[in-house]
Design a protein around this ligand. Structure first.
Ligand code: SF4
Length: 455
């Protein structure tokens, strides 16, 4: 496990957690899994859930009832806010243990992978710590055995009509600001047969939308097939009966497998959508961030993506305030965003993460300036998003219904991913719709981040 010290700010007022008194009476073994962080963590929790169920162990995910005597917290260690949320969640369950509501607290996931040595000292009340590749050891701790026959099976924790499919683990990229390789290790692609089997099982259980996730999905296959094999994987998954939408997330700009775009263009059940975190729009900054590309090459790639897949929606993620980001270089990014007119965009303030390459640089952009730059980028994007959404008014789109909310049904077009992108609001009083249904909806009005439609 990598050594690094988790700053003491995360551990205010710990005394009450150091001495845990006897628990009140023992409960029947039931495990409650709590997931923090990204969709990749969620998939790991679902795999653990499936394995425990497969061992006949009573298990639940994020149960609000305090009927579980064992809690497994799957943490996130990405950036400060996420780390704080993970520590707070651990302390909350250690608190519950002190009150005798739970008997055992186990911690796994990225924060544990990255800081277990500090955390063991700081929070001794936790019964055991596990890394991101410790599933077998964790199962043993829970009196269960890893069942190979369950590979490709997965119990979902979100509504079953969409599911994340993790196509690889880890990352070989040297991005200067990123601590993920420290927590997730080197890139390992999952065999295509295993992924196709999982997709078939998910489809059998009602999944209609597959979201392909990884640290770097465009690297798929380079390790086990000695070539970028995303295009073949997309074809194989597109051939799975019952899958209506396949959505590509976490693409990387450098060495992008253009043949994947051809498959995307020719297959109707592959969403005209791509999530490609670009991180910055200034060539100097891309160099400092060790992204292996330039603004010019990035704009060329965006052009190629839009030419090869007409009408595609592009989502990106940017970082504002990385060391070395002068006013000029930030303005270059603003102009880049203005020109690129992304359909969806998220922006993070730079987080100074120890043991990353950027940590060796002075964190020279003040916190308030970082936030001002995040706000400026999001405000620019808000205007672009409004224009792009208003251009959809009067048009009809295929919409997947995600949930009912009050008198409305909330859904998404193929240009929107769950939880991060725009939604379509449909009047629920006029139509009988079901969650997981596809409907044709005509857009009647639009705001920056949502569309209103009628079936
Ligand atoms: S590709 Fe993504 S996960 Fe990998 S190092 Fe870069 S930012 Fe981190």
């Amino acid at each position: 496990m990598p050594t690094s010290s988790l700053s003491p700010v995360f551990f205010v007022n710990l005394t009450p957690y150091l001495l845990i008194l006897k628990t009140k009476g023992t409960k029947k073994t039931k495990v409650n899994i709590v997931t923090l962080g990204c969709s990749k963590n969620l998939v790991d929790s679902e795999v653990l859930l499936t394995q425990l169920k497969g061992n006949g162990i009573d298990v639940t995910h994020e149960s609000k009832k305090d009927d579980a005597n064992i809690v497994v917290i799957n943490t996130c260690g990405f950036i400060d806010n996420a780390k704080q949320e993970s520590v707070d969640t651990i302390l909350r369950y250690v608190d519950a243990k002190q009150e005798g509501l739970v008997e055992k607290v186990y911690v796994t996931g990225c924060l544990s992978q990255r800081y277990s040595q500090d955390l063991e000292k700081e929070i001794p009340a936790v019964d055991a710590w596990f890394g991101t590749r410790d599933l077998s050891r964790l199962l043993k701790q829970l009196n269960a055995n890893y069942k190979h026959e369950l590979v490709g099976e997965r119990i979902l924790t979100n509504p079953s009509h969409f599911a994340y499919l993790k196509i690889s683990e880890g990352c070989d990229r040297p991005c200067s600001f990123c601590a993920i390789p420290l927590m997730r290790g080197k890139h390992v692609s999952r065999p295509m047969e295993e992924l196709v089997l999982e997709a078939k099982n998910l489809a059998k259980n009602g999944t209609k939308e597959l979201l392909l996730i990884a640290q770097d999905s465009t690297y798929y296959g380079l390790d086990i097939y000695k070539k970028r094999n995303l295009a073949d994987l997309l074809k194989r998954l597109s051939d799975v009966d019952g899958i209506d939408w396949i959505r590509l997330h976490y693409a990387f700009p450098t060495g992008f497998p253009l043949d994947a775009l051809d498959v995307m263009a020719e297959r109707s059940n592959i969403c005209k959508y791509i999530d490609i975190p670009l991180q910055h729009g200034s060539t100097e900054m891309l160099k400092i961030m060790r992204r292996g590309t330039t603004r010019e090459k990035t704009e060329e790639l965006l052009q190629t993506i839009r030419t090869k897949v007409p009408g595609i929606a592009i989502r990106t993620t940017l970082i504002a305030g990385h060391p070395g980001e002068t006013e000029e270089r930030f303005d270059e990014m603003m102009q880049f965003v203005e020109r690129s007119r992304f359909d969806r965009m998220g922006v993070f303030p730079y987080s100074h993460e120890e043991n990353t390459h950027s940590y060796l640089m002075a964190d020279d952009v003040p916190t308030e300036v970082k936030q001002e730059r995040v706000d400026a980028l999001m405000q620019l994007q808000q205007g672009i998003s409004l224009e792009l959404n208003q251009a959809k008014v009067g048009k009809t789109f295929k919409v997947l219904i995600d949930r009912k909310e009050g008198g409305s049904f909330i859904g998404r077009t193929e240009f929107d991913s769950p939880e991060v992108d725009n939604e379509v609001i449909l009047d629920g009083t006029k139509n009988y719709l079901r969650v997981g249904d596809f409907v044709q909806a005509k857009i009647t009005s639009a705001t920056e981040f949502d569309l209103v439609g009628e079936v």
